[in-house]
Design a protein. Structure first.
Length: 488
């Protein structure tokens, strides 16, 4: 047993390791460009919100509303964009802060369930899980959904343990965050674990008494519903698309063709569990070995007794409801697992127990994802064409002396990263329109981003010769301009 003098040293050791894991995400967040499609798409939406000052409707493009998500993540990203400047770190920092808050909630809940050591271990497992680590440094909305569901379920868990009333307030605050980050899905990811817990434990009366349902419910509605009504009033059709399309048709129809902003993902049913193994890497395989040794509140390892522990029952429900919910959906992404990861971390920490017997293995596993991330980031900086991004190509165009006389033209569609780095100035034209511009105004400078397979058709006579300025893994930047600036 540790003496009181040893405990601060142990806490400092855990705190230092956790800080290393969390801070190791910042270098790649600052150094790497936004990539297509998701990051650059959300980055462009946040930039438009910051530029226009419109806090009600996120805009997919000028004049095109974005009905796919509520605005909380975009609010945070737009504010960060304005305060810190239009750089990649500014857009990614809100997700990092959301994940930081998530890890803090895991640590606090873990202290109640397992003790000080267990709280640190649970926080470390959560912070170094592959998917959470990636999402912490990406321009996404999922980090805010997971923050909301984590806050709600941690608040409920603490309230059900008889803790002070502030935890009940946290439950409803988490619901507000989830509703404004992702929508009604948050109610399912919070409500289903609590329903299963009550069904499993039979403690329906405690669930009703220990959370301020009436007051909390009214406050939740007052904080979350006005935005939905304002959004529908400003751009009619939003509620039908968002509620019916995004929450029912997307879930039920794997090939849903009504998506206005992307494409459906048709995967085999049950794929969500393979994605769960990836999301919890490197802890997932260790967890499969340890969870049969799950402990109860007295630290005993008998699985049957542990499953009778009401805290474990809530953790199990919270950890695996996302997987269960999406088991029969083919239209899924790996990020759908994220709300379950904090509770998987708590389960694994509880299986490890209140004492630090596996310190070296925990440290090694915790550092694996951060080290791999830094290695991958260094590789990408040395080989920039690895990423699907138009940052360098757009920068080359912007460096040209005659760029102010002609927009950058992409054939067929403009990638989101080109929209973001080009500040919505790049234009999309068909191959026929591009050839007409080349042959109709041969003396006017043109800047064209062309796929290699389209180049031969574009250069057929009587089109004037094109000069290559830059290239990346997808496009070549061609021009008819005579005054040219070299690009690195």
């Amino acid at each position: 047993m540790r003496t009181p003098a040893e405990r601060p040293a142990t806490a400092r050791r855990w705190w230092l390791l956790l800080a290393v894991v969390l801070l190791s995400r910042l270098p790649t967040m600052a150094a790497l460009p936004l990539t297509d499609t998701t990051e650059a798409r959300y980055g462009a939406i946040a930039r438009l919100m910051a530029v226009t000052g419109d806090r009600v409707t996120p805009w997919f493009a000028p004049g095109v509303p974005f009905w796919g998500k509520p605005p909380l993540a975009f609010w945070a990203q737009a504010l960060s964009f304005q305060w810190l400047g239009g750089n990649e770190l500014a857009l990614r920092l809100p997700s990092w802060l959301a994940c930081l808050a998530m890890v803090a909630l895991v640590a606090r809940y873990g202290r109640s369930l397992i003790g000080d050591h267990g709280g640190w271990v649970a926080a470390l497992i959560a912070a170094s899980s592959g998917l959470l680590f990636v999402c912490a440094g990406a321009v996404l909305t999922d980090s805010f959904l997971a923050l909301g569901t984590t806050a709600a379920l941690v608040g409920a868990g603490q309230a059900l343990r008889g803790e002070r009333r502030a935890w009940g307030a946290l439950f409803f605050a988490g619901l507000v965050v989830g509703l404004l980050a992702k929508g009604p899905l948050a109610l399912v990811l919070v409500g289903a674990p609590l329903f299963l817990w009550a069904l499993w434990s039979g403690r329906w009366a405690d669930l009703w008494r220990r959370l301020p349902w009436w007051r909390g419910g009214v406050v939740t509605l007052l904080l979350a519903v006005p935005w939905y009504l304002l959004a529908e009033h400003k751009t009619p059709g939003f509620l039908r698309y968002f509620i019916v399309g995004e929450h029912f048709q997307r879930f039920l129809d794997p090939g849903w063709g009504g998506d206005r902003y992307g494409s459906a993902h048709d995967r085999a049913r049950g794929t969500i569990w393979l994605l769960t193994l990836y999301a919890a890497f490197p802890w997932s395989l260790w967890a499969l070995a340890l969870l049969p040794r799950l402990r109860d509140a007295d630290g005993r390892r008998r699985l049957r007794r542990a499953l009778k522990d009401d805290d474990n029952r809530l953790l199990i429900a919270a950890a695996f409801v996302p997987g269960l919910f999406f088991t029969f959906s083919g239209n899924i992404l790996a990020t759908y697992v994220l709300p379950g990861l904090p509770f998987m971390a708590l389960l694994l920490a509880r299986a490890l127990g209140p004492r630090g017997r596996a310190w070296r293995r925990i440290v090694g596993a915790a550092m694996l994802v951060p080290v791999l991330s830094l290695i991958a980031g260094a590789y990408v900086l040395i080989h920039p064409d690895t990423l699907r991004t138009e940052k360098a190509l757009v920068a080359c165009y912007q460096r040209q002396p005659e760029a102010d006389r002609a927009p950058l033209i992409y054939l067929e569609e403009v990638p989101f990263s080109a929209r973001y780095y080009g500040r919505e100035t790049p234009r999309a034209r068909s191959l026929a329109q591009a050839r007409e511009a080349l042959t109709g105004s041969p003396r006017r400078p043109l800047y064209l981003a062309v796929r290699p397979r389209e180049l031969d058709a574009l250069e057929r006579p009587p089109a004037p010769p094109l000069v290559e300025l830059a290239r990346n893994r997808r496009y070549r930047l061609m021009t008819t301009a005579r005054d040219i600036a070299a690009c690195p």
